[in-house]
Design a protein around this ligand. Structure first.
Ligand SMILES: [Zn+2]
Ligand SMILES: [Zn+2]
Length: 286
């Protein structure tokens, strides 16, 4: 029997959280999504969406277990939910954090600072789960972590995001491949090596922070901010022969209606496009 595989978006916004009336359909929390492969939980990013993921996982693992968390980069919208991630306070759980170690910065210390005064009263003693950090090796153009038998997360670095770049991840299980690519501004499309890496994936989750007009706006251009337009996401999906595209990491200034406008624009050029929607669980089949 095939292992069931699903993904649930718990936070879909870029930059800062915007819960409220105009964002209630697609959600106002910052980036976090959960993959469940059988009983294995794999999270990507720890924006404010991870609070809801935490409550869900806390109930799902009453007997203990291991949760993997992969961070795309350490900008605050991708880590700010971590001190409020309930599984960290459950002594029966093990949480493994995977992130890039860049020269001149210590990722573990940067993340631990979230728990220390003056930012927080928790301190590291307050964390009850077994918490381990695994820096991602970047010895080759392509790398991978085998987290459980048959569940592999491979990754590649994308350099356009200021200042330290981001990691693009690909989760593979039983012939199914899902790519998580956020904060990946690419006005000329993904470079050939990245396109080869993700080519033919079943699902591409791609940041689509801006409508094209807002990105090129003469008085207030967003070029160089490190975020994509809807056209960049579509172009990368087409160029890399992706089967299904999910737009993600939306501009917090956009309400639900603008996201639906964005979806219509995208579908003109790539029919199999969807909007990431908070709390929506999507089954991933072959
Ligand atoms: Zn971001
Ligand atoms: Zn960022």
């Amino acid at each position: 029997m095939k292992t069931e595989m699903s993904m649930t978006f718990f936070g879909v916004r870029g930059s800062y959280p915007v819960p409220g009336r105009t964002t209630h359909r697609y959600g106002g929390n910052t980036s976090s999504l959960l993959f469940e492969i059988g009983s294995q939980a794999v999270l990507f990013d720890a924006g404010t969406g991870i609070l809801q993921a935490g409550r869900y996982l806390h109930q799902r693992y009453p007997e203990g277990g291991r949760i993997h968390l992969f961070l795309s980069h350490l900008h605050i919208d991708h880590i700010q939910g971590l001190p409020f991630f309930m599984p960290l306070y459950n002594p029966r759980l093990e949480i493994v954090v995977h992130c890039l170690e860049s020269s001149g910065s210590n990722s573990q210390q940067a993340i631990e600072a979230l728990f220390l005064p003056p930012y927080s009263p928790i301190t590291l003693k307050g964390i009850k789960a077994k918490l381990t950090f695994r820096p991602l090796a970047m010895a080759h153009a392509k790398n991978f972590v085998a987290i459980e038998p048959g569940v592999v997360v491979s990754y590649v670095k994308h350099d356009s995001h200021p200042r330290l770049g981001v990691i693009i991840y690909q989760l593979a299980h039983d012939g199914r491949r899902v790519v998580y690519a956020t904060d990946v501004e690419s006005p000329d499309g993904f470079e050939a090596a990245i396109c080869r890496f993700i080519h033919g994936a079943d699902i591409l989750i791609h940041d689509a922070q801006y409508l094209d007009a807002d990105y090129i706006n003469a008085g207030n251009s967003k070029k160089g901010y490190g975020h994509s337009t809807v056209s960049m996401a579509v172009r990368n999906a087409r160029q890399c022969a992706i089967k299904k595209l999910f737009l993600f990491h939306f501009n917090p200034e956009y309400g639900d209606q603008q996201l639906e406008d964005m979806l219509l624009q995208a579908r003109l050029k790539f029919k199999n496009t969807y909007l990431a929607q908070e709390l929506k669980k999507i089954k991933i089949r072959r």
